[in-house]
Each structure stands twice: as structure tokens, then as C-alpha cells.
Design a protein around this ligand. Sequence first.
Ligand SMILES: Nc1ncnc2c1ncn2[C@@H]1O[C@H](COP(=O)(O)OP(=O)(O)O)[C@@H](O)[C@H]1O
Ligand SMILES: [Mg+2]
Length: 223
Amino acid sequence: MLWKDEGLLHLGAEAEVRSGIWLGISAVKKKRLPRTWRHPDLDRTLTRRRLEAECRAMRRLSACEIRIPALLQLDRATHTMVMSRLPGSPLIELLREGVDDASAMLSKVGGMIRQMHRQGVVHGDLSTNNILWSEEEPALVDLGLSRLTTEIEHFGIDLHVLQEILSGSHPEYEDAMSAVESGYLAFDEAAGPTPDSSGGALPSAEQVIKRLEDIRSRVRYHG
Ligand SMILES: Nc1ncnc2c1ncn2[C@@H]1O[C@H](COP(=O)(O)OP(=O)(O)O)[C@@H](O)[C@H]1O
Ligand SMILES: [Mg+2]
């Protein structure tokens, strides 16, 4: 057996996540579960799409310095992937327990998101559950809703999802989103003009933040 199980890490509506050892490596096994309320054929198609999206984004991002799990094994038949286990705790837990310098933390998160966007990847589910934190650095998991894109609206929405979660789940950190935005913008200032992705030209950080403001006012007027 390649897999030595160490127990359940997380049971969500969509997937069972277990921790264990895979060929001597500390690993995580994520098995997507069937959703019985959907027609089985449709469910299989959607599940496969997510599995593939997750692998595709992990592959694209493995070329840069963002901390993401390494894909170790993939079984399309059982919708299961094995990946390296990242250290650290989800941001949701740390923010709930209380952190000394949330702004510095969230600014690094913003920088990481910008770095991902510069690869032409949107995460699709930027919640504080899916961002881990260890040794003063953020990491990303759960890329099943990600997509490869160059469209500015997609990048803006990616940030807007995080904004909604920060204001909904962590309202005590009032400046949370502005810290994320400043890290997002600072990444471009440090790294220079955004290179084209294989899909075409990508918007700059400044353009994405401008679009985020548009999205915000659209949401405000139309609910
Ligand atoms: N590679 C990993 N390393 C460490 N923890 C992980 C890893 N993958 C998932 N987790 C933990 O398990 C939780 C659930 O995994 P996730 O991929 O987000 O599944 P779901 O789709 O059910 O949200 C994450 O919030 C994270 O705490
Ligand atoms: Mg998740």
C-alpha cells in the first residue's frame, strides 16, 4: 500500500480530506464525494471537471513561488487525489483566535493572490478556510473551482469573494480588505509589469483593484 492513513482531516459537503503518509511523505488524500441529489452522470462530469481544474491550476502554479500542495497521485475513477501536506493552520482559525498583526498577514495574502493572478489563475473560492498560514507565509489549497483566464472581471470577482468572507466572518478586522489590496498592489510594484500569460495579456494589479471597486458598487446598487 502506498497510503498509510492517519485519520480524517476534514469532511465537507463535497469532499473527504484525510491525512496520512504516502511513500514516506506527509500527505493529504482528497476524495470527492458523490452528491446524490444530482443526476449521477451530471455529478460525475462536474466532479471530474473540478478534479481536473484543481490539477491544472496546481501544475500552472508549481512554476512560481506560491506555496501550494504538490500533486502526488490522481485517480480519476474514484475522484481521488493525493497531495503533499502543507504545514500551518487555516486563516479562519488564526483570525478567530486573534493575531497581533493582521494587516501584515493579510497584506502577504494579497501579495500571494496577485502572484497567482499573474500566472493567469483565479482561485474561485478564496475563503479563509482555503488559505493556510505557517512560518509567516501564506499558502493556498482547494483549487477545484479555479480557472485559467485573462479576463479582468474574473480577477476582480476572485478578490470580491475574499472581501465578502472577510467582512462576513471576520468583521472585527475592519481594515482587512485594504491590507489585502495594498499587498496585491505592492506585488506589482516590486515585480514590475505583468508578463503575458499563455492565454494573452493580463490586467495589472491596479486595473484589477479598479475593477474590484466597480464590482463593489454594482453589488451595492443591485444587491
Ligand atoms: N494539502 C493540504 N495540506 C494541509 N491541509 C490541507 C491540504 N488540503 C486540504 N487541507 C485542509 O483540509 C481542509 C479541506 O480541504 P479542501 O481542499 O479545502 O476541501 P473542501 O473542498 O472540502 O473545502 C482545508 O481547509 C485545509 O484545512
Ligand atoms: Mg476548502
